[in-house]
Design a protein around this ligand. Structure first.
Ligand code: ADP
Ligand code: TRP
Length: 359
């Protein structure tokens, strides 16, 4: 096998083969080459409700793009969702929906490892081990915990320990890069702190320190009321909503009372901010021009926004309908993903168990 063939296998997503073969090449010393290490990219999404445009641009779209850049591990964070979803049927439905959503927007199971977090229950063991080196103060400083309490969730141990489980998710797979929304950056920093503390205690290099990847251009997608789009604010534009209902939502975006013939303020316009996400660069500048020129009403702009949004997700909607009709395929993707994830997890856990004296 030549390095060139290895590249082809890599492009085809046969990553297991690439790793095996490149090790053989290096071990045999036949070629005096050093293969660049394959970047491992990992992220999780909570199955805690209907996905919206903020989730898509903040988390899913970057994840789909990053599949090309390395070995991607993406999972449905069902243990994490249990901190807020306490209805078993809801949890099951959200997991299924998120699997369909993620596959519909372009996740390619031949390129990435896609699995359910709870299919690798070993993550809880690593979370426990990390908990033993985790100072209370580190968790007390986490704003997502404080935010959840402010939103009225009961102060459970699960909510408090959430970042430790997230650190275990990341460290269990020797992740290099973690694409997340801005609000999750602190959790990746906690992960780095915990990995550092663990390594200080048990040996340098045992756990790999990951880097967060934050897509700045779409760091915060505004909701239909102008605040951050979030299911907790009830201001979301779902990715997969029914046409009539979605049109209605968009037509209800609040606007000022500038008369039709007058120029409209572009600064802070929710319509423009959302339109920018769906339209081409030319389409977007055309709308800005029409705002500035006057003569177009907000109703027209909203119609254009709806059309752009609806067109943007057309393919994903079609794919979703196909997948809905093929539940066995989706189960099989998750089963295969879980198998691969478990294999990887076993290696790290073995290293950790030995290091701490459990073995
Ligand atoms: P929500 O705020 O609706 O409860 P989650 O907290 O479940 O959303 O977020 C899931 C992922 O989507 C996270 O990576 C988060 O950073 C990202 N995300 C959520 N809302 C937005 C937004 N308005 N803009 C950009 N990214 C977002
Ligand atoms: N906490 C993340 C969120 O709410 C989901 C998540 C769980 C995650 N484990 C992770 C994200 C590991 C990245 C890496 O969006």
């Amino acid at each position: 096998m030549s390095p060139w063939n290895l590249c082809i296998e890599y492009r085809q997503g046969n990553l297991g083969n690439v790793q095996k073969k490149s090790k053989q090449i290096l071990d045999s010393g036949t070629w005096n080459i050093i293969m660049p290490p394959v970047m491992r990219i990992l992220t999780g999404l909570q199955p805690s409700g209907t996905i919206h445009v903020g989730n898509y641009f903040g988390a899913m779209e970057p994840a789909v793009r990053l599949q090309e850049r390395g070995e991607a591990f993406y999972f449905i964070a069902d243990y994490h969702a249990m901190t807020t979803v306490h209805e078993p049927d809801h949890l099951r439905a959200h997991v299924r929906d998120l699997a369909l959503d993620f596959l519909s927007v372009g996740l390619d199971p031949d390129r990435c490892v896609f699995f359910r977090q709870s299919s690798v229950p070993e993550v809880n063991e690593l979370a426990w081990i990390l908990g033993t080196v985790c100072p209370m103060g580190l968790l007390e400083r986490c704003h997502s915990y404080k935010d959840k309490l402010a939103k009225g969730f009961a102060a459970s141990y699960g909510l408090f320990a959430y970042p430790v489980l997230m650190a275990a998710d990341i460290l269990l797979y020797d992740s290099d890069q973690v694409p997340v929304g801005k609000d999750q950056k602190q959790h990746v920093e906690v992960t780095r702190d915990l990995a550092g503390k663990f390594n200080d205690q048990y040996g340098e290099g045992l756990l790999k320190l990951p880097e967060p990847i934050i897509a700045e251009s779409t760091a915060v997608v505004p909701g239909l009321d102008g605040q951050k789009m979030s299911k907790s604010y009830g201001n979301t534009l779902p990715v997969f909503g029914a046409e009539k209902a979605m049109r209605k939502l968009i037509m209800r975006i609040p606007t000022d009372s500038t008369p039709i013939e007058d120029p409209k303020p572009t600064e802070g316009s929710i319509i423009l901010q959302l339109y920018r996400l769906f339209a081409s660069a030319e389409g977007y500048s055309a709308m800005v021009d029409d705002f500035l020129k006057g003569g177009c009403g907000y109703g027209d702009f909203k119609k254009r926004l709806f059309e752009a949004y609806w067109e943007y997700f057309r393919k994903a909607r079609e794919r979703r309908a196909e997948l809905e009709a093929a539940p066995d395929y989706v189960d099989e993707v998750l089963r295969k993903g879980a198998e691969r994830a478990r294999n990887e997890a076993a290696k790290v856990l073995e290293r950790v168990r030995r290091a701490v004296g459990l073995k």
